[in-house]
Ligand binder design. Structure first.
Ligand SMILES: [Zn+2]
Ligand SMILES: [Zn+2]
Length: 354
């Protein structure tokens, strides 16, 4: 299937129009027309090869909402016209212990990433949602529940599940004391989701400027991390802290905030941190953990939860031709809180078959 999208041709190139082929439908594939695609901070990192494993040309995008336009002859879950979503992975081995537990994100053989990866069968490069069409195994498509606003739902597929999964893993519920560090794409979802689960939510921030936004998003308060007195008073006051900061940073000031046996979970930074001290870990029996996205079943659970609880990200809609400016603004954290590309703004290539 011929299609079109926006791709990076190298680490220092701007994204530009790119015609390419999607694979022919396998028996268990669905083809979708992409309607909306969120712009994740990791799209920027990968387009610029910040993690050192980028392959080009690269069509980024792993927060994808669309409509089924064709199904393979063995497809059981979806029909033409269904609204579906795709997140950060499009396949896994489906045989290992993790896959059998529904934890495909932790597949022993590695899941197949939606872009900047290779198809498990054909070894062709995978391409993401900054494109007109996507072909995916039906098991890795999610159903968009009725009532979830399609134009806002896309960021749930990465920012949403990345923050929902640790909230569920560490059993957050009514009365849980949850801290959120960093109020960007991930952080604002962590606040909304934790609040919707009934938790007592504190945004921990270097900037008092974030206070009004934090409260609007559903937080109960903002704790100013530069206020040493307030930080000391808040010690031992959290059951879970979700750290969404996407760059190298110092977690030492936050560790004393954890109660005994409580956890600071890193979901933003992929790479080194400033050196953590073991003193607050040992003395308070505290933990540092990491968490990626969730599995397919948990991602569907998250979408259903958001539809029921009315949780949606705050988005700024852009046209695909604004993607390079959006990347620049993302780098300055100048977005409240997620860009979503309206893919209707991507002109169909003359050769495109839809
Ligand atoms: Zn992402
Ligand atoms: Zn597996």
């Amino acid at each position: 299937m011929k299609t079109t999208g926006y791709a990076a041709q190298s680490a220092d190139a701007a994204l530009a129009p790119f015609d390419f082929e999607r694979r022919e439908l396998r028996a268990d594939d669905v083809a979708m027309e992409v309607l909306y695609c969120g712009v994740c901070h990791s799209d920027l990192h990968q387009a610029r090869n910040d993690w050192g494993w980028s392959q080009y040309p690269m069509v980024p995008g792993h927060e994808i909402v669309g409509r089924v336009i064709a199904v393979g002859n063995a497809v059981k879950l979806y029909r033409i016209g269904d609204h579906v979503a795709v997140g950060c992975m499009v396949d896994s081995c489906r045989e290992c212990d993790q896959c059998r537990k529904g934890l495909e994100q932790l597949c022993r053989k590695g899941n197949t990433q939606t872009y900047n990866d290779k198809d498990r069968f054909s070894c062709e490069p995978t391409h993401g949602g900054y494109s007109k069409h996507l072909v995916v195994r039906e098991e890795f498509a999610l159903r968009v529940p009725d009532g979830l606003d399609l134009s806002k739902a896309a960021p749930l597929l990465c920012a949403g599940i990345t923050t929902y999964s640790p909230l569920r893993t560490w059993n957050v519920g009514p009365g849980s004391r949850v801290g959120v560090i960093g109020l960007g794409g991930l952080g604002h979802m962590a606040v909304k989701l934790a609040a919707a689960m009934g938790a007592d939510v504190t945004v921990v921030s270097r900037s008092k400027d974030k206070e009004a936004d934090a409260l609007t998003l559903g937080a109960d308060r903002l704790l100013l991390s530069s206020d040493t007195e307030a930080m000391a008073e808040a010690a031992n006051g959290f059951d879970l802290i979700i750290d969404t900061v996407p760059v190298k940073h110092d977690i030492n000031p936050y560790l004393p905030l954890l109660d005994v046996d409580s956890t600071l979970v890193l979901v933003g930074q992929v790479g080194p941190l400033a050196e953590p001290s073991t003193v607050p870990l040992l003395l308070g029996r505290r933990r540092i953990a990491g968490s990626p996205i969730g599995g397919i079943a948990e991602t569907q659970e998250m979408l259903n939860f958001c539809a029921k609880a009315g949780v949606l990200p705050d988005v700024e809609m852009i046209g695909i031709d604004q993607i390079n400016q959006a990347f620049e603004r993302l780098e300055r954290a100048d977005v409240r809180y997620r860009f979503v590309i309206d893919m209707a703004t991507l002109p169909a290539s003359p050769a495109s078959a839809a």
